[in-house]
Ligand binder design. Sequence first.
Ligand code: NAI
Ligand code: AKG
Length: 402
Amino acid sequence: MARTFEILVLNQISASGLKRLPAPRYHVGKEVTQPDAVLLRSADMHTMAIPASVQAVARAGAGTNNIPVPALSARGVPVFNAPGGNANAVKELVLTGMLLAARNVPAALQFVAGLDTAAADLDQVVEDGKKAFAGYELAGHTLGIVGLGKVGALVADAAIKLGMDVLGYDPEITVDAAWSLPSQVRRATSVAEVLKSGHFVTLHVPLVKATRDLVNADNIALMRRGAVLLNFSRDGVVNEQAVLGALAGKHLGRYVCDFPSAALAGNDGVIALPHLGASTREAEDNCAVMVAQQLRDYLEHGNVANAVNFPSVSMARESAWRVAIANANVPNMLGQISTTMARAGLNIHNMVNKSRGDVAYTLVDVDSPVSAQVLAELAAIAGVLAVRYLPQPTDGATSDPD
Ligand SMILES: NC(=O)C1=CN([C@@H]2O[C@H](COP(=O)(O)OP(=O)(O)OC[C@H]3O[C@@H](n4cnc5c(N)ncnc54)[C@H](O)[C@@H]3O)[C@@H](O)[C@H]2O)C=CC1
Ligand SMILES: O=C(O)CCC(=O)C(=O)O
């Protein structure tokens, strides 16, 4: 009888994704106490005591700054995410943000909400009042983008199609991302260049040490007078005090962000949305389906796709007995693993080993069952972080992701 995997869910996850983790092979719930895996969106795992039973963490979204990734890596636990799964949703909200700012939509809506619609002179009041909200068009204006990954590339493409002039900066751009950019996107060589050039500047970087306060009191002054800064990345990427100062001095035209805060509240120059970037049916489904499939393939077969801290590793299943080993990326690990198996009389049928940074990951298929004693010996090798035994179920339980 195949064992049931226990999945702890920390946020609302789309039903389309949860369907990929069907009973009885999976038990998914908010009250699971000894989870094999944790499935979440924006819940803060930094403050959580993560049970020793956890073998994987899956973020149904892009950013993983809410997850203690280095600590999990040290435990041999992969952290999965859903690259690009919500990028179109964010792109559409960034376009919305630019239009809200350029056309003074929030103030115009407020004006309309305050109208006496029963008044005889309503039409006149509307015609007189609208002058205060006259704006400008996106076409012909310059958009600067910091971060040309999944979201940034889509924003660039959409802005070009809207007739904007686009320049972008990304010091770590991947070859795939570079290929996906429209040829009209100009390449900037620094954040400063983007800030200086854009009528609009939008940020699409992860929150990491290097990007904290990426826009700050020093460089916000470089922005064009009246420019619009958009932050759909994370609150920490922009220094709020710098933004408030620039708005007060009328240097910054608007700050459009997905992260409301006490400091920003009530400021007319701020358009704050409630972290809505990824909140579309489509994005929620995409992300949940992606991570559920990845989680399932990992829990059942040890295959790794889209982990932020593990190498991608996949090996077709040819044997019923598989061992998955996460270990420090140091010399002689493979030698010790294969010697331990050989000593126990195990014949290695297939093996794959890859590394990424400090973590290496090995899948070994053998031709006969592996004893608890051998698994304990493997786990005891210095540098081994986690050992999982993944025998193929013999009771007809499905083991291939849909
Ligand atoms: N508001 C929301 O609901 C959402 C917010 N996000 C945030 O947006 C971020 C980006 O999302 P994706 O584009 O999907 O991620 P991604 O990983 O595809 O792209 C991030 C890009 O930022 C670049 N980058 C890293 N450090 C940089 C730096 N110092 N300067 C310039 N570029 C730098 C990387 O090279 C990469 O190309 C996420 O990490 C997350 O924090 C993502 C999705 C939804
Ligand atoms: O799940 C959400 O609603 C937030 C998405 C997000 O911020 C991300 O994917 O990084």
